[in-house]
Design a protein around this ligand. Structure first.
Ligand code: MGD
Ligand code: MGD
Ligand code: SF4
Ligand code: MO
Length: 687
């Protein structure tokens, strides 16, 4: 018997980017646990990934190529060989390109893995699509709005090192459900608490995180920027602004100060639904507490005004001067600090010329409304848009088009795979190699394959090497190995990569970026055009946006007319038991997630509709409907209905929350508006 431990990394779209250790016995993975040596992971994974190996061995895993035999969406397939699959794809793709041009091909990469070699960061296969002249894919379905807002204000979305939350004396968890969507940060929150820090949660829902905070404020969704302006109003009213920081490191203060003056607590109370005295109390607390850290992640930017919300939040530490203190400032996503060489991976120089960019958040539009050329071939790579993309019914209509050739690279028979002409079996993380960062910390990790691929599964890179060969392509860059790709990602000579080689990563499993210690990236300026924190941005003005940071009301949330027909704002945030739609098929996790969508309603809203706890309800608007079970609770504020994302439509009566979400985009960054959705809820008569 031989036993070995193989170091790897969790590939999922989660800020924590865990380092893991796989125990391999006689060539089989028999154990997987968090790496105790990793300063952020500290030996623990999470409720979901603790079932990783169980998931890998599930009966429903896709283990060989499949060809559709039923109607699109039905999910009936026959087994075929890799040779047959590659021949058919090569032929269909060849004729699409010949008749409609390369841009008729859309490689739709999702967030199933974030790896630089196999996953989203590197867009595995992008070189192949570049040679083909395919449309480019804009991966804007997660954090684009907030990123764009922060970049206008700060020049980067990088923010403070989340580990430095341990040094904060006031922590504001703003639109983020830490204990569910990235629980490893909690250790640092608790470390700060041991030193006396106070923790405030700002969330329309009393999440498991908000319930652990010292104080919870529940704003009307989409109104956070108004709250932030009022907090700044209180701070400036007390004269607590950092005049040196404002003078040396900010731009547009005089004008911005006038905007702040227009948001006294009373005005913000009307907009946000938070009593003025509580706004004043928090403003005073921030005014007297250095350092204050704001942790704001993706939740509050999934609204019509979500880009501006983050843009405005980033201004707050500019006024208090927190940006110069360890443990002060704002943390959103550390990706902005990771200098891996994506250009070297992507090789966009292989394109025949400029190509159009298609937005991940607008798949239905891309499939139903585009011409010149229409999308005729779709590759879905590590994505499950039927479950996860906005406007489910239109996404289904697009995927059901008879004249669309669809290839899905998958591990499981998702609702999306059911629409494929060809399904290709994909390896899981412990079966392939990859290079990772974490968007909630500052470490890189190497994932060494621990075992051979299951069945006939292939890594995405290998799939596209084989397809390129089948199509007679000769460009050498299409055939480089996974290790070569990883070396290229590590190239470029950025000082944060000093001393970090593939050999070292392989040996140690993970390495911290060579950032200065302490890491105060904005103490002496910001990577904006002016080198300052820009309350006023010429870049924003040139793009046609408000030159000043401020409050932009949400789309449906703030629409009074729509509120008459659809009085409730639906939030569908991260589930504790799934990772987007992954694990939605795992029987035990689905059971723990109550078997299907749960809709949390305030007692007043339930009573007004004659709905009781445990009732079946239909949640609907003009776009569609889904069903769920009601939990009546004052953990949601009146006017808000809360469910979670990730339920598989076909295991939930055919639809999930995305059946009612619009395919609209945010004010900045063109992201989706999942939580900016108005609905009505009605009891379903017992059948
Ligand atoms: N367990 C688990 N972990 C995950 C994921 C998962 O599906 N499951 N998904 C991963 C991914 S892809 C991402 S992007 C992150 C997302 O994780 P988060 O950034 O935490 O995003 P959400 O879960 O969308 O929303 C977080 C919180 O924001 C609140 N919220 C919604 N609208 C507003 C608003 O207008 N204002 C305020 N203040 N709060 C609001 C919601 O009620 C919710 O509690 O988590 C990652 N981690
Ligand atoms: N209502 C609502 N919807 C949301 C959100 C929300 O807050 N509310 N959040 C959005 C967010 S933040 C995100 S990031 C998106 C995510 O949306 P998607 O990117 O579509 O993510 P998933 O639904 O998890 O689908 C990922 C698929 O990739 C497959 N996969 C995993 N690893 C691999 C691999 O190595 N190779 C291949 N070929 N396949 C693999 C998995 O089996 C899974 O089916 O969802 C969004 N959808
Ligand atoms: S999903 Fe997040 S918390 Fe869970 S193992 Fe992966 S990185 Fe860690
Ligand atoms: Mo995401």
């Amino acid at each position: 018997m031989s036993e070995l431990k193989v170091l790897g990394a969790c590939p999922l779209d989660c800020p924590d980017g865990c380092s893991w250790v796989v125990t391999v016995r006689d060539g089989e993975a028999v154990g997987l646990r968090g790496n105790p040596a990793h300063p952020y992971t500290r030996g623990a994974l999470c409720t979901k990934v603790n079932r990783w190996l169980e998931r890998a061995g599930q009966d429903d895993r896709i283990l060989h190529p499949l060809r559709r035999v039923g109607a699109k969406g039905e999910g009936r397939f026959e087994r075929i060989s890799w040779d047959e699959a590659l021949d058919e794809i090569a032929e269909r793709l060849g004729s699409v390109v010949e008749e409609f041009g390369g841009e008729a091909v859309w490689p739709y990469w999702g967030m199933g893995t974030l790896g630089y070699v196999q996953g989203l960061e590197g867009q595995a296969g992008r070189r192949f699509f570049n040679v083909l002249g395919a449309s480019a894919h804009r991966a804007d379905m997660c954090s684009a709005a907030g990123g764009a807002g922060l970049e206008l204000a700060m020049g980067s979305a990088g923010g403070l090192d989340p580990e430095d939350l341990a040094h904060a004396r006031l922590i504001v968890l703003w639109g983020t459900n830490t204990l569910t969507s990235g629980h490893h940060l909690w250790k640092f929150v608790q470390a700060a608490r041991r030193e006396g820090a106070y923790v405030v949660a700002i969330d329309p829902v009393a999440t498991r995180t908000a319930r652990q905070a010292d104080e919870h404020l529940a704003p009307i969704p989409g109104t956070d920027a108004a709250l932030a302006l009022a907090l700044m109003n209180v701070i400036v009213g007390l004269g607590a602004q950092d005049r040196d920081f404002l003078r040396d490191h900010t731009l547009g203060w005089e004008e911005f100060r006038e905007r702040i003056a227009a948001f006294p607590p009373g005005v913000a109370a009307t907009i946000t639904g938070i009593p003025a005295d509580r706004i004043v109390a928090l403003g005073e607390r921030i005014a007297r507490t250095r350092p204050t850290a704001i942790r704001a992640t993706q939740g509050l930017q999934r609204h019509g005004g979500g880009g501006s919300a983050l843009r405005t939040l980033a201004c707050l530490p500019g006024i208090t001067g927190d940006w110069k203190l360890r443990g002060g400032g704002l943390s959103y996503s550390t990706s902005g600090h990771v200098p891996l060489n994506k250009a070297a991976l992507h090789r966009d120089d292989l394109r025949p010329g400029p190509v159009r960019r298609l937005s991940m958040s607008r798949l239905a539009e891309g499939l139903l409304d585009l011409d010149d050329p229409p999308v005729k071939a779709l590759f879905v790579i590590a994505a499950n848009p039927v479950a996860s993309a906005p406007d489910q019914n239109r996404v289904r209509r697009g995927l059901a088009r008879d004249d669309l050739f669809t290839v899905v690279l998958e591990q499981f028979p998702t609702d999306t795979a059911a629409y494929a002409d060809i399904v290709l079996p994909a390896t899981m993380q412990h079966e392939h190699a990859d290079l990772h960062d974490g968007y909630g910390h500052l470490y890189l990790a190497w994932n060494e394959p621990a075992v051979a691929p299951s069945g006939e599964c292939l890594p995405t890179t290998e799939t596209f090497r084989r397809l390129a060969r089948r199509m007679g392509m000769t460009e050498p860059a299409l055939f480089e190995s996974d290790e070569e790709l990883a070396e290229q990602a590590l190239s470029g000579g950025h000082p944060y990569l000093e001393g970090i080689t593939l050999d070292r990563l392989r040996k140690e499993g993970f390495v911290r970026l060579a950032v200065p210690d302490p890491f105060l990236p904005y103490a002496d300026g910001f990577p904006t055009p002016s080198g300052r924190l820009e309350f006023r941005s010429e870049t924003a003005a040139a793009l046609g946006h408000d030159p000043l940071a401020g409050y932009v009301p949400s789309g449906e949330g703030a629409d009074a007319e729509r509120a008459e027909r659809y009085p409730l704002i639906l939030i569908s945030a991260a589930s504790h038991f799934f990772l987007n739609s992954m694990f939605g098929e795992n029987a035990e996790l689905r059971r723990r997630a109550d078997g299907g969508p749960v809709l949390r309603l305030h007692p007043d809203d339930a009573a007004a509709r004659g709905i009781a706890d445990g009732d079946r309800v239909r949640v609907s608007n003009e776009r569609g409907a889904f069903e769920g079970t009601v939990a009546v609770t004052d953990e949601v504020r009146p006017g808000v209905a809360a469910t979670t994302k990730g339920y598989w439509p076909r295991l939930s009566g055919g639809a999930n929350a995305n059946a009612v979400v619009a395919e609209r985009t945010t004010d900045l960054g063109a992201g989706p508006v999942f939580h900016d959705t108005r609905v009505e809820v009605a009891a379903v008569p017992l059948r």
